[in-house]
Structures are given as structure tokens and as C-alpha cells.
Design a protein around this ligand. Structure first.
Ligand code: PA5
Length: 462
């Protein structure tokens, strides 16, 4: 299992004003945490709670349907193109980047075991959309359009461009190149998929985008590129079982949630940096940033009070960002908690040759890059402790489907528990909806005429 080391967030290491007396806090919050965990598990099947992502480790039916479709289209496509944004893209990106062989899209088909390359279009930059379409042979591309609402302007505009080009190239047969993942009943994409006869998968009810990576939203792209989705789901399930433990002393998601919450509310550490020491985990930071920001950044608490709270998440990657951000983290304001993710065993053991022994870099020869990256993680953690800057370290035994799934699922549960501690709804995003509505108004969507009028007036003043 994953391990969490929180010694460097303790006041014994970073001092009273920057750290917590963690054992005392665990004791003080024992009952509150136990109740939060009991409530989460007790409410997960109730409608409207946004908690059904807690069932995804047990979704055998989805796994079965995904595998069936992946087998059906195996060897038929050279590329998978995922269209989606936010929660409909970041989990897929994080997991494929972590689990596929590095530089997957550059490998020969044999080195990819004949599984397709995979691309994520998660933005609407016209240059990059056109650029990607210029390098992909659309006739050999399976397009997985993912949107829970079925109407997100970014995703649907990409979809419209690509559908149009596919149809011009392939005629009626274009439908075989599209698979849609969306709500089972509502939304424009559901309506179009039914009219046009696309293969579809479901984003389950009460599973928000940023908590959807282990639904068909993630599982389908994973299976299409040959990832072992049984192993992934096993990781989710085992972590879920471990995190049902209501004893904070045994529950790492609860521990990290409480540490973050208290460091923010008692010690002013309202920035949470996610810094895996692994390039393969770099998009886990992006995924975490969305999860933490959209879930916890809220204007109102659950009692309707205006609170304007939420810790600010920051993405980083070790060792790269030691040469970019660490100067600030060591010497700048003491307002952060840094989450290191440390990989115990890499797939490759890469030795540094014993050359230039007579120079100042001779000490590196004969060591491994593996030793170096973990030495840098340790050195950075200790240096931050010297500067009284709190950190926690999550250790992941290996980068495989089982442990990466555990890591993501643990962070989801941590977020849900943190939401309860902050007393906010971690599963809505009203602040995002407002900008979406303004965009609809600006783009002339029917029904948004009044908003467009108000907006044009406001725009002339700001
Ligand atoms: O987490 C969320 O709910 C959001 O980030 C959504 O995933 C994002 O806005 C995209 O929405 P949709 O899947 O409806 O296109």
C-alpha cells in the first residue's frame, strides 16, 4: 500500500508556529473524522450527494462493457483522440502518462504491442487543434468525445470540427470512428449520439468530472491503449477498503486531509504544492490541482455563510522544479504545505557511467539516476525542514496500475474529507458555471440573450 510520512509537518520538526502537534490533533479530531468517514460511506449511494465515485472500484459491469468494446475495435485504429476538458480529460492524461511506456506516441507499433497512440485535446487553441488534425490520419483515428453535461462549449466545438471532417472523409461510415462518453439521459451529446447512432458509454449519476477517472471516462481510453483496467480497478477497490477505516491513525487520506486543513486554518499554510519525484507522475499534479481547487475553493459553506475559502494548489515536479520553485519554497513566505510523492522502485535501473573520474562530477559515476532522484527528494525535504517549512511525503512502491489507482483514489477521498472539514460542498462548482453561462451568452446561445445584453454592458466597464 501507499505510505504517508507526516513527520515534517510536525511541530517537533518545523516548530510550533509552522507545524502541528500531530498526535494531539489526531486525538482531538478522532471522533469528527470517524463521523466524516462513516457519513461518506453511508451516503455514497444516496442520490444528489455527488458520492457515487466511491462505488467505482466495484463497477464490474462497466469494466466488462469497456473491455468488450476495446476488444471489438482492437487493431482497427492507429490513434485514439480524446476530446474533453477539466475532469473529462485530466484523469485520463494523468493515468496514461504514468502507465504507458514513456514517449508512447513515438514508439513503433511493435513496441506499443500494436496498441494505438493516444492524444488528448483539452483546449481550444485553434493552432494546436489544426496542428494535431494535420498530423493525424482521421480515418485511422477513434475519437472518444467525453462530456458529462454534453454541452461544454470547448469539447463540443472540437467535436463539431472533427465530426465534420470525418464525415467529409468517410461518408456515413464516419460513425464507427466516434465513441461518446456522456450522461445516460440528458445533454446535447446524448441526443446527438442517439440520432446519429454512435457507440456510447455512461458517466454515472452523482459522479462529478474531477471524480470520474475510474468510470468509463478514464477506463475506456485506458483499455483502448492496452492498459490493464482490472489492475487499476483492483487498486481503487483495495484503497477504498483501506480508507473505510474510521480510525484516523490508520487512514492516510484522513490524515493528510486533516494535516492540510489544520495547517491552513491554524498556521496560515493555504497553498498545497503537489510535487512527485517522477516525470511519469507529472500530470497527477495537474489532476490534483483541479481536484483540490474546484472541490475546496468556495464562496459559501454548507450553512450558507459567505466564507470565500479554499487552499490554493500548485503543481510541481521533482527534481525539475528544484531549479525553478524551491528557492521560493525554502526562503519565501512560510505559507505552503508541500506534498512530495516518492517512487520506491522505478522500472529502470539507470547507472551513471564511471567517466570523468578526475573531475568534480566524478562522484556521480557508478551511482544510479534512481539513487540521485530519491537523494534529491530527501535532500529537499530535509532542507525545507531546516527552513521550518512543513511537508508530507507519500511513498508509492512502484508506478503501475495498482498503485497509481491507489494514489488517485486516496487523493479523491482526502479531498472529500477535507471538504467536510472545511464545511463546504466538495462536489459542485458554481463558480465555473457562471463563466460557462457568460461564454454561452457571448457566443449567441439561444436563451442567453438577456445575459448577453448585461454582459456587453459590463464588458465595456471592465
Ligand atoms: O470536475 C468537473 O466537474 C469539471 O471540471 C468538468 O469536468 C468540466 O467542466 C467539463 O465538464 P463536462 O464533462 O460536462 O464537459
Amino acid at each position: 500500500m501507499l505510505k504517508l510520512n507526516y513527520k515534517c509537518a510536525d511541530s517537533a520538526v518545523v516548530g510550533e508556529s509552522n507545524g502541528l502537534n500531530i498526535q494531539e490533533e489526531f486525538f482531538a479530531y478522532k471522533e469528527k473524522i470517524a463521523k466524516i468517514i462513516t457519513d461518506l460511506n453511508g451516503n455514497k449511494d444516496k442520490r444528489g450527494q455527488g458520492l457515487r465515485w466511491m462505488n467505482l472500484g466495484y463497477s464490474e459491469e462497466t469494466v466488462w462493457y469497456v473491455k468488450e468494446y476495446a476488444a471489438l475495435v482492437e487493431n482497427r485504429f492507429e490513434n485514439i483522440l480524446v476530446l474533453g476538458i477539466g475532469g473529462s480529460a485530466l484523469g485520463g492524461l494523468a493515468v496514461t502518462e504514468a502507465l504507458l511506456k514513456p514517449y508512447w506516441n513515438f514508439l513503433s507499433p511493435e513496441n506499443r504491442n500494436n496498441f494505438p497512440r493516444i492524444f488528448f485535446l483539452d483546449n481550444i487553441d485553434p493552432d494546436s487543434i489544426e496542428g494535431l488534425l494535420n498530423v493525424l490520419d482521421l480515418s485511422k483515428t477513434l475519437v472518444n468525445v467525453i462530456t458529462k453535461s454534453g454541452s461544454t462549449a470547448e469539447t463540443m466545438s472540437q467535436f463539431m470540427i472533427i465530426k465534420d471532417r470525418l464525415e467529409k472523409e468517410l461518408g456515413d461510415d464516419y460513425r464507427k470512428n466516434i465513441v461518446a462518453t456522456t450522461d445516460k439521459n440528458i445533454g446535447v451529446l446524448r441526443q446527438i449520439a442517439e440520432q446519429e447512432g454512435y457507440k456510447t458509454f455512461i458517466v454515472p449519476d452523482d459522479v462529478g468530472g474531477r471524480f470520474s477517472v475510474f468510470s468509463a471516462v478514464g477506463l475506456l481510453p485506458f483499455a483502448l491503449v492496452g492498459l490493464d483496467i482490472d489492475e487499476i480497478i483492483r487498486g481503487v477497490k483495495d484503497m477504498d477498503l483501506a480508507l473505510k477505516n474510521t480510525d484516523i491513525n490508520e487512514n492516510i487520506a484522513a490524515q493528510n486531509a486533516l494535516i492540510h486543513y489544520l495547517l491552513d486554518t491554524k498556521k496560515g499554510k493555504n497553498i498545497s504544492v503537489m510535487m512527485p519525484y517522477s516525470s511519469r507522475l507529472r500530470y497527477v499534479s495537474d489532476w490534483y490541482v483541479q481536484l483540490w481547487a474546484e472541490s475546496l475553493g468556495k464562496e459559501k459553506d454548507l450553512d450558507g455563510n459567505t466564507v470565500n475559502i479554499g487552499p490554493t494548489p500548485v503543481r510541481a515536479v521533482g527534481a525539475t522544479d528544484q531549479h525553478s520553485q524551491i528557492q521560493l519554497y525554502n526562503e519565501g513566505p512560510n505559507n505552503k504545505v508541500i506534498n512530495f510523492v516518492r517512487v520506491e522502485e522505478f522500472d529502470t535501473n539507470l547507472e551513471i557511467p564511471k567517466i570523468f573520474e578526475y573531475t568534480g562530477i566524478g562522484y556521480l559515476g557508478g551511482k544510479t539516476v534512481n539513487d540521485l532522484i530519491n537523494a534529491e527528494a530527501d535532500a529537499t525535504r530535509v532542507t525545507l525542514a531546516d527552513y521550518n517549512k512543513p511537508t508530507v511525503t507519500i511513498t508509492i512502491p512502484k508506478i503501475n496500475g495498482y498503485y497509481v489507482a491507489q494514489l488517485l483514489y486516496m487523493l479523491e477521498v482526502q479531498t472529500a474529507i477535507a471538504g467536510a472539514l472545511y464545511n463546504v460542498n466538495a462536489f459542485d462548482q458554481p463558480g465555473v458555471e457562471q463563466a460557462k453561462n457568460y461564454t454561452y451568452a457571448l457566443m449567441g446561445r439561444v436563451g442567453y440573450e438577456e445575459s448577453a445584453h448585461v454582459l456587453h454592458e459590463k464588458m465595456s466597464t471592465v
